[in-house]
Design a protein around this ligand. Structure first.
Ligand SMILES: [Fe+2]
Ligand SMILES: [Fe+2]
Length: 257
């Protein structure tokens, strides 16, 4: 992986295209080694390699490697990913469904159903991302600021007492169920013979997006949240002299998909 170029990675697996698009890597850099691209774009190469290896199904998910990075670094990556989903991936999939509806008249009625399923799914995903961007991330950044400034803040103390990690994890599970419904609906449209090219492209897009969201959710549930729970505990301990893990009964070790 370390000596490979993005071009080689993409040729081996198209899923890496999502990664280069997300980081806005110029096409001209595709044939350079990943490490060189990181230097040119001022990216943390260790973080990039850890993230890239999360797409490699031949090896384990790089949980330990990713846990070594700071909460701020992980948040930056997640925010970038959110913007990529909202501005690029969701509109792209919507466009593909519309294109299919216009070109496959015999599937028109079924595709109308798919349009409804997709728009419901998109709405839920957008709500979820806005929740993370407007509630979860500011809350975590507040905790980080308190840690840096080393001052007592009553709003952070109140937030520490009420924020529910469990509700956040539950929300993730709901998202996955919605996406599964969408994929099932798409699979129902492919006839036993050769599916139309546009439908195959759409299925591939959905499949890649599904993988992409899965990686994103793992980073949030298993890398970010445990680190935040640890930070909360140390702050709560500092403020009240008690462990937040006992007082709130947070299930930091029972995080499951
Ligand atoms: Fe997210
Ligand atoms: Fe999420």
């Amino acid at each position: 992986m370390r000596n490979k170029t993005f071009k080689e990675l993409i040729e081996n697996n198209r899923i890496y295209q999502n990664f280069t698009d997300k980081l806005d890597i110029p096409q001209a850099y595709y044939s350079l080694p990943v490490k060189t691209v990181c230097q040119k774009m001022d990216l943390n190469s260790d973080l990039i390699f850890a993230l890239l290896s999360s797409y490699d199904d031949a090896s384990d998910f790089p949980m330990v490697e990713l846990t070594c990075f700071s909460i701020a670094e992980i948040l930056n990556y997640l925010k970038l990913t959110h913007s990529f989903y909202l501005k690029k991936k969701l509109p792209e999939i919507e466009q593909s469904i519309k294109h299919l509806s216009n070109s496959q008249y015999e599937l028109y009625k079924q595709l109308q159903v798919l349009c409804i399923i997709f728009s419901n799914y998109r709405k839920k995903l957008e709500e979820h991302i806005y929740y993370e961007e407007n509630t979860l991330i500011p809350y975590i950044e507040g905790l980080l600021n308190v840690t840096i400034e080393n001052t007592f803040r009553s709003d952070i103390y109140d937030a520490l007492k009420v924020f529910s990690t469990e509700a956040f994890i539950h929300n993730h599970h709901e998202m996955e169920t919605e996406l599964q419904k969408l994929r099932k609906a798409i699979l129902n449209y492919s006839n036993p013979g050769k599916p139309p090219m546009a439908l195959s492209i759409l299925m591939l897009q959905i499949n890649h997006f599904d993988i992409e969201l899965g990686k994103h959710a793992i980073i949030e549930d298993y890398v970010l949240i445990p680190k935040v729970v640890e930070l909360e505990d140390s702050l709560f301990n500092k403020i009240s002299g008690k462990s937040i893990l006992n007082s709130k009964n947070k299930k930091c070790v029972n995080i499951k998909h």
